[in-house]
Design a protein around this ligand. Structure first.
Ligand SMILES: NC(=O)c1ccc[n+]([C@@H]2O[C@H](COP(=O)([O-])OP(=O)(O)OC[C@H]3O[C@@H](n4cnc5c(N)ncnc54)[C@H](O)[C@@H]3O)[C@@H](O)[C@H]2O)c1
Length: 423
C-alpha cells in the first residue's frame, strides 16, 4: 500500500496526446510503472500495441520500448497510483474562454482513487488560479486535505512539436506547488528525467509563467505580421527590414506568416483576457491582428487571380512546418475563406491527419492550378522542384507566405513569385 513516506513508483498519466504520451513513455523508461489513460479506445488500443497515433520524431521507438518492457500500459480508466499527471486538452470555447471540462473530467476520474501521500500534477496549460480554485476544492471533497494529505502542483509544458522528446528532457522546467512540499514532491518526479534546470514556485505563478510565455510569442508575431503588412503598403521588403532590424543588439523581430495556430500560442493568451478583460487590451489586440492574417492571405490570392478565379493549390494545412497538427491552423482558415468565396481549392499536406476536408496528392493539387499558395513551412515545399510545378500548373503563380522558397529558381522556371510582406 502507498503511504505518505513510500517512494513514488506508480504514475497514472491522464491524456495520451502530444504531451501525455511522450511524458508517459519517458517516465516508463525512467523506471516508473506508468498507466497511460485515454478516453479514446482507439488510442488505448494503438498504444498497447506499441504504436502511436500522432506524428512525432522518435516517439514510436520510445513507446514501443516502454510497452515491451512492461513499464507502460494504456487503459481506458485510471488506476490507483502514487502520482497522477493530468495532460488533457484545454481548448477554447466559442466565446474564447478556457474549456476546462476535460481537466475537470480527469480530476473527477481520479478523485475516488486518491490516497494519503498522493501527488496530483496538472500539466495542461490552464488559466491562473486553476490549481488553487478549481482542482484543489474538488480533490478535497473526499475528505483528504491538500497540503496535509495530498500534494498538488502545476508543471507546465514548453516543448516544441517536432522536438518533443528532446525538449521534454533538455528544457528547463518551472514547477509550481500549491505549497512548498508539493513543489518538492513534483521535483522528485521530473528530476528523474529532466536534464534542464528545475525552478520551484507557487502554482498560480507557474500557471501565469506558461500563459505569458505564449503571450510573449503571440504579441511579437503580431508585431511582425503588422510590420509585414506595412511593408507591403510601403512597397518594401519585410524580410530585409527584419534582417537589418535584427542587427540591433536588443531587437528580435519575429517571422511574419499567414497567422498563428496550434493548440498553444493562438489559444493561451485568451485565458488571461478572459480573466482580466479590462486589463488586457494589448494581448487581445495581438490575438486579433494574428487572426486577421488568413483574411489578408485569402484576399491577396483573390486579388491576384482577378476574375479568372482558376483552381488554387493550397500547399500545407498544418499550423506549422513539419508537424501533422491542424488545430487552429491558419492554413485551414485560408482554405475555408477561399472556398467560401467560391474558389476551387485543392489542398495538399504531406503530414496532416484528420483534415476537416479531403486532401489530394501534390501533383493533383498543382495540376491545372492558377496559383500555388505555400501555407505551411514543410520542408517538402522548400524542396519542391519549380520546373515540375510549372509543367503541372496552368498559370505559373506562386504565393509564398513564409518566405521559404528560392525565388530566383522559381522565377527561372517561369513563375511570378509573390511573398507575404514583400511589396
Ligand atoms: N501540444 C503541445 O505542443 C503542447 C505544448 C505545451 C502545452 N500543451 C498543453 O498540454 C495539454 C494537452 O495538450 P495535447 O496537445 O497533448 O492534447 P491532445 O489533444 O493531443 O491530447 C489530449 C488527450 O487527452 C485525452 N482525454 C481527454 N479527456 C480525457 C480524460 N478525462 N481522461 C483521459 N484522457 C482524456 C484525449 O482523448 C486526447 O487523446 C493542453 O493543455 C495543451 O495546451 C500542449
Amino acid at each position: 500500500m502507498t503511504t505518505e513516506n513510500s517512494a513514488m513508483t506508480d504514475v497514472c498519466v491522464l491524456g495520451l496526446g502530444y504531451i501525455g504520451l511522450p511524458t508517459a513513455a519517458i517516465l516508463a523508461t525512467s523506471g516508473f510503472h506508468v498507466t497511460g489513460v485515454d478516453t479514446s479506445p482507439a488510442i488505448v488500443e494503438t498504444v498497447n500495441g506499441g504504436g502511436i497515433h500522432i506524428e512525432e520524431p522518435g516517439l514510436k521507438t520510445v513507446v514501443r520500448a516502454a510497452i515491451q518492457s512492461g513499464h507502460l500500459r494504456a487503459a481506458a480508466a485510471p488506476l490507483a497510483a502514487d502520482v497522477f499527471i493530468i495532460a488533457v486538452p484545454t481548448p477554447l470555447t466559442g466565446e474564447k474562454r478556457a474549456d476546462m471540462s476535460f481537466v475537470m473530467q480527469a480530476t473527477e476520474s481520479i478523485a475516488p482513487l486518491l490516497r494519503p501521500g498522493n501527488l496530483v500534477i496538472l500539466e495542461s496549460t490552464s488559466p491562473p488560479g486553476t490549481c488553487a480554485d478549481l482542482i484543489r476544492p474538488r480533490l478535497e471533497q473526499g475528505g483528504l486535505r491538500v497540503g496535509e494529505d495530498l500534494f498538488l502542483a502545476h508543471c507546465p509544458e514548453r516543448v516544441l512539436p517536432g522536438r518533443i522528446l528532446t525538449e521534454l528532457i533538455a528544457n528547463d522546467r518551472v514547477i509550481g506547488g500549491i505549497d512548498p512540499a508539493s513543489a518538492e514532491k513534483a521535483r522528485a518526479v521530473y528530476g528523474r528525467f529532466v536534464e534542464g534546470k528545475i525552478f520551484l514556485t507557487d502554482a498560480t505563478t507557474a500557471e501565469t509563467v506558461k500563459i505569458i510565455e505564449n503571450t510573449f510569442r503571440d504579441v511579437n508575431i503580431a508585431l511582425a505580421n503588422e510590420t509585414a503588412l506595412l511593408c507591403e503598403r510601403l512597397g518594401i521588403d519585410f524580410w530585409e527590414v527584419m534582417r537589418f532590424a535584427n542587427r540591433h543588439p536588443r531587437v528580435n523581430l519575429h517571422n511574419a506568416g499567414p497567422g498563428v495556430g496550434g493548440h498553444c500560442i493562438s489559444v493561451d493568451p485568451w485565458f488571461m483576457v478572459e480573466r482580466f478583460p479590462e486589463d488586457t487590451p494589448l494581448i487581445a489586440l495581438a490575438r486579433t491582428r494574428n487572426d486577421t492574417m488568413p483574411h489578408h492571405v485569402a484576399a491577396r490570392i483573390m486579388q491576384e487571380l482577378g476574375h479568372a478565379r482558376g483552381p488554387v493549390a493550397a500547399l500545407g494545412l498544418a499550423y506549422k512546418g513539419n508537424v501533422d497538427d491542424l488545430r487552429e491552423s491558419p492554413a485551414v482558415e485560408v482554405v475555408r475563406l477561399l472556398r467560401e468565396n467560391g474558389l476551387d481549392v485543392r489542398a495538399h499536406d504531406p503530414l496532416a491527419r484528420r483534415a476537416p476536408f479531403a486532401t489530394v496528392p501534390l501533383d493533383d493539387a498543382l495540376r491545372g492550378a492558377d496559383c500555388a499558395v505555400i501555407l505551411t513551412a514543410h520542408d517538402a515545399y522548400r524542396e519542391l522542384d519549380p520546373a515540375r510545378a510549372a509543367r503541372l500548373m496552368r498559370r505559373p503563380l506562386v504565393y509564398d507566405t513564409h518566405n521559404m522558397i528560392n525565388r530566383d529558381a522559381w522565377r527561372a522556371a517561369g513563375f511570378e513569385v509573390i511573398t507575404l510582406g514583400r511589396g
